[in-house]
Design a binder for this molecule. Sequence first.
Ligand code: ZN
Ligand code: ZN
Length: 122
Amino acid sequence: MEQKPQLMNVSSMIGATERAQQRVQAWIDHATKVQADAGKSERLARLECKACFYASRIGGAAMTYRPCMCCGSRELYSSTATDVLCAPCATAGDLCKRCGGDREIRAQRKGWPAAYSETPNA
Ligand SMILES: [Zn+2]
Ligand SMILES: [Zn+2]
């Protein structure tokens, strides 16, 4: 593979500089939103932690089953971007439905829920 050189002139360099500024500003704006938990009510409605809720998610378009890691309930998802927990277990355990961590990102929280004994964890 061979690529052509970029056209070099003042306006192409200004354009590249402005795109770089916009990308950096977008990261800063996004980080500000994460820090302020700007979508908190929607995040809690989706039972997700900040890390999962504010990240972009890419999944293949294929109906996918995945058992809940806690109760083993066979959950159906509309893409390959599945969650580790079903909604009732995420709710009961104050866990993030998507990643299974503490929903408020507290590694030092008191008490963690246990999986039901019959859960077929592979
Ligand atoms: Zn469950
Ligand atoms: Zn999460």
